[in-house]
Design a protein around this ligand. Structure first.
Ligand code: RB5
Length: 149
């Protein structure tokens, strides 16, 4: 599996730890590459674009809470980014929501929980159930038409 990974300064250490923890994944590291303060949208967009263009199978983003990364990634058409702090949400984000980007908060969870979340997320396929697809189609239609305008 090819995964694009990105983080800001708050997620940098966990980003590297996760790449080491899952050597079977073909990682594309979109940065950041150090602890210097930086802006999470830059990395969210780099990872989201790689996913949307089909250059990788999925994306993984880490910031302090996971929230900023998910807000930014979800602005890219075709991206379904889920911010998860425990494995149950990560499993359902795949099974029901076909989430193609996982966002984690390094200040919310520890490395062990993060690894459990990533493992579950990697192992869980989208169930493709009719009701789930109908709902995802509504999100895609809203994205295409500009929901709320
Ligand atoms: C950086 O301090 C922090 O705001 C960022 O990592 C993230 O938590 C934003 O959502």
């Amino acid at each position: 599996m090819r995964i694009a990974i990105g983080a800001d300064h708050a997620g940098y250490v966990l980003k590297d730890a996760l790449q080491a923890a899952f050597p079977e994944v073909e990682w594309t590291d979109c940065g950041t590459d150090g602890l210097a303060s930086c802006d999470y949208p830059d990395f969210a967009f780099a990872v989201a674009r790689a996913v949307a263009l089909g250059e990788v199978d999925a994306g993984l983003l880490v910031c302090g809470t996971g929230v900023g990364m998910s807000l930014a990634a979800n602005r890219v058409p075709g991206i379904r980014a889920a911010c998860c702090s425990e494995p149950y949400t990560a499993r359902l984000a795949r099974d029901h929501n076909d989430a193609n980007v996982l966002c984690l908060g390094s200040r919310v969870i520890g490395e062990g929980v993060a690894e459990d979340i990533v493992r579950v997320w990697l192992e869980t396929p989208y169930s493709g159930g009719e009701r789930h697809q109908r709902r995802l189609d509504k999100i895609a239609a809203a994205e295409a038409g500009g929901a709320g305008r």
